[in-house]
Design a protein around this ligand. Structure first.
Ligand SMILES: *[C@@H]1O[C@H](CO)[C@@H](O)[C@H](O)[C@H]1NC(C)=O
Length: 340
């Protein structure tokens, strides 16, 4: 059936993404129904939303809610009930907007990460269509007051798409540029500390760089891992020296079309994209790694976010389905990986 899904790479709109436009009409209805049905093996949160597109999703274990970022700008929360263990069911929740930053109107809210020791949310804002503006902001998780707003790029800086963010133990943030293929390091008070670049971040072939650096996670051993969407390259970057290394993928698996990433344990990360989920393991401190599992969720919804809730991996999907005027149904669903 894969061949019936025409993945067209749109040159311009990076994330709307990923520029993956599926020609839905070419997917037989039975296939779509099947994709939705396959979810029934996993735990699903459905939520009613006022937007068609959602990008990031992170579980907030203190306030028992998912925080989701809006492509139209803003952040919403989806409060969920108690954990139901392994009971397979669909829980319907409501999205509530917690803030829209008026100073960033017209931009999309992209990657987000909770900086727990400082009780704040780090959120990337970007001009997804024009690729002319990107910023990182921090917001207090209790009051939603903005702590800082740092401009990363503007109209004179060439094409950029600030995309995803990771945070280290000292509160430094690392923001990926999915267009310019670099990483901004922003200090705990919002000062831009450095811009990390490397020839390894650019690949041969125009299409290989359509969507560049994307998902990023900080590893407690002092480095971060970052994935390059189109090429599937995985990098290990030393947080202090900023040395960039390619993680050698062994075992034949690929990380092409990867998007968001989460650290599951010191040896394992989960990555979203196409397929919806992949699990990657390293046994040697991320010099080499292997794709050890995958999960095929509803492909027409496109998994862009990944987060851990109560020890389980949940994926956030970008495309909602139309419900009634100004309402869309979205899902955040548990991923159950099959061994590769
Ligand atoms: C994004 O926000 C910046 C800062 O306020 C603004 O200058 C820019 O015009 C916005 N971008 C769009 C596409 O509206």
């Amino acid at each position: 059936m894969e061949s019936k899904v025409h993945v067209i790479l749109s040159l311009k709109r990076n994330k709307l993404f990923m520029l993956l436009c599926f020609s839905i009409s070419a997917i037989p209805l039975g296939y779509v129904l099947h994709l939705e049905r396959s979810l029934s093996d996993t735990h699903v949160y459905e939520y009613v939303s006022h937007g068609w597109f959602r990008d990031g999703a992170k579980w907030d274990d203190v306030d028992r809610r998912f925080l989701v970022s809006y492509l139209e700008g803003g952040v919403g929360e989806i409060k969920v009930g108690d954990d139901h263990g392994d009971v397979v069911e669909v829980e319907v929740e409501e999205e509530r907007t917690v803030f829209r930053d008026p100073d960033l109107a017209g931009n999309s809210s992209m990657g987000l990460v909770i900086d727990r020791p400082r009780n704040r949310l780090l959120l990337v804002h970007a001009d997804v269509i024009g690729n002319r503006f990107g910023a990182l902001a921090a917001y207090d998780l209790s009051t939603w007051n903005r702590v800082f707003l740092t401009k990363l790029c503007g109209p004179g800086d060439g094409k950029s798409l600030a995309d995803d963010v990771a945070v280290d133990g000292d509160g430094n943030a690392y923001v990926t540029d999915a267009k310019g293929s670099k990483i901004w390091k922003v200090g705990v008070n919002g000062d831009v500390i450095s811009v990390i670049t490397s020839p390894l971040f650019t690949h041969k072939g125009w299409y290989e760089n359509l969507v560049a650096l994307n998902g990023i996670v900080y590893h407690p051993n002092g480095f971060f891992l970052v994935v390059h969407t189109m090429s599937g390259a995985l990098y290990k970057v030393d947080a202090k020296t900023e040395e960039v290394k390619l993680v050698k993928l062994v075992g034949g698996g690929s990380l092409r079309l990867s998007d968001g990433m989460v650290l599951v344990s010191e040896r394992v990360v989960a990555v979203t994209g196409v397929p919806s989920g992949r699990m990657v393991e390293s046994k040697d401190g991320w010099e080499t790694a292997e794709v050890v599992g995958s999960y095929r969720g509803p492909a027409h919804r496109l998994a862009t976010a990944v987060t851990i809730k109560d020890g389980k991996i949940y994926l956030g999907y970008m495309f909602g389905s139309y419900r009634f005027p100004k309402k869309w149904k979205h899902i955040i669903a548990q991923a159950v990986f099959q061994k590769n």
